[in-house]
Design a protein around this ligand. Structure first.
Ligand SMILES: N[C@@H](CCC[C@H](N)C(=O)O)C(=O)O
Length: 275
């Protein structure tokens, strides 16, 4: 019996292990996800994208494929904006997605995607909803922020000082009553009309080099603070650049998606990782 097929990919250096598992038969425990994502004892990644047929895990979707997304610590998240681009890139490369216009099911709902010839992908991210305000504390310094729901929770703080100066090695504190399931924290500089710079500390991962849902939240929050719900912006993250549009609160995300490797997991390693 052969090993378990995997691929490695990234979107603006937010990196993922992909597990093609059409029938949803793999026993993908939190322990196995954490082992896969470990950068020393596993393959190393910010998260896992299991590729399953819609319905195989009992999740409803009008699309043919469902993205079962897991964070590096093994926790389940509703949505991943960089991940869904890489997921779409894989389906097209594998000949599983026709002309590149299709819908991916996620726990946050269906996400229509367009895979472009230049290897970028545009995702209809659905609504980016402003849900209030809250405060995060980084290395003892409090920052007020705008809470945004992009299918998953975000708190966006716009800073005067350069975000490059923040120490995000430790988990920043946040109000656990406001975010009982945790929150993704974005720190943003406004660079001028239609341009932002962002760093992110992701729920279930730590600081990453990019977060697609986070860039959408950042643009929605910046527009909200400017008194509007419509606009477009580039977002520079440590891993590259994406473009976000927001029209009356509904967002699209465009950015690169790359598949960099494919191979087989060792069966004995997989078995031991589940213990
Ligand atoms: N990196 C992702 C977001 C992944 C999920 C997030 N950590 C959460 O727990 O909500 C993205 O590109 O959106």
């Amino acid at each position: 019996m052969g090993g378990i097929e995997f691929l490695k990919g990234h979107g603006t250096q937010n990196d993922f292990v992909l597990l093609p598992d059409a029938s949803g038969r793999l026993d993908l425990t939190a322990e196995r996800v954490a082992a896969l994502c470990d950068r020393r004892r596993g393959l190393g990644a910010d998260g896992v994208l299991r590729v399953v047929r819609a319905g195989a895990l009992g999740e409803a979707s009008d699309g043919e494929w469902f993205m079962d997304y897991r964070n590096a610590d093994g926790s389940i998240a509703e949505m991943c904006g960089n991940g869904v681009r890489v997921f779409a890139r894989y389906l097209v490369d594998a000949g599983l997605a026709g002309d590149g216009h299709f819908t991916v099911g996620t726990r946050a709902g269906d996400r229509p995607v367009v895979v472009h010839p230049d290897r970028t992908v545009t995702v209809d991210m659905g609504p980016a909803t402003i849900t209030g305000t809250s405060v995060t504390v980084v290395a003892g310094s409090p920052f007020s922020g705008v809470a945004v729901d992009v299918g998953n929770p975000h708190l966006v703080s716009v800073l005067e000082d350069d975000v490059a100066g923040l120490d995000l090695r430790e988990q920043p504190d946040f109000d656990h009553d406001v975010f009982p399931t945790g929150v993704n924290l974005e720190f943003v500089n406004l660079l001028g009309e239609g341009a932002l710079r962002m760093r992110v500390h992701e729920r279930g991962v730590g600081e990453t080099r990019s977060c697609g849902t986070g860039t959408v939240a950042a643009v929605a929050a910046a527009l909200h603070l400017a008194g509007t719900d419509t606009g477009a912006s580039t977002v520079d993250i440590p891993g590259g650049q994406v473009t976000v549009t927001v029209a009356r609160g509904a967002a699209t995300l465009t950015g690169p998606a790359e598949i960099v490797a494919r191979g087989e997991l060792d069966e004995a390693w997989w078995a031991a990782a589940g213990e």
